[in-house]
Design a protein. Structure first.
Length: 121
């Protein structure tokens, strides 16, 4: 599956998607996407892990999903599932620095937020 969606990933398209849909996607989906993004950016993340991340983020960016993103309440369930699977695959490379970077970016976009909403990731 990853190779099918890798071509849809670029840093620009990633941030364009987040900027346009952050509020409707919700803080948990955006947090998981950011965890993957900052893990991708780490020089120490191995190529196989980067490939898994790019595939998952490509799926997130791709405009045609299994469940359309425009459906309220359920539109991002498939995106979150794909990204959560990638997150589990690369969990060993997600450190405190990555988590802090993701939380700081969430604060930029959502303001102060309840960290309980992103627990478990």
């Amino acid at each position: 599956m990853n190779q099918k969606y890798e071509k849809h990933y670029s840093e620009e398209s990633f941030f364009n998607k987040i900027i346009r849909y952050a509020k409707s996607a919700g803080i948990k989906v955006i947090y998981v996407a950011l965890l993957l993004y900052y893990t991708l950016k780490k020089p120490s993340t191995p190529p196989w892990a980067k490939t898994a991340i790019i595939g998952a983020l490509g799926y997130f960016i791709f405009p045609i999903d299994l469940i359309p993103d425009i459906l309220p309440g359920v539109g991002y369930v498939d995106d979150l599932s794909v990204m959560a699977a990638a997150l589990a695959t690369v969990a060993a490379y997600i450190d405190d620095e990555v988590r802090e970077q993701a939380k700081e970016k969430l604060k930029d976009w959502f303001g102060d937020f309840d960290e309980k909403k992103i627990e478990g990731y």
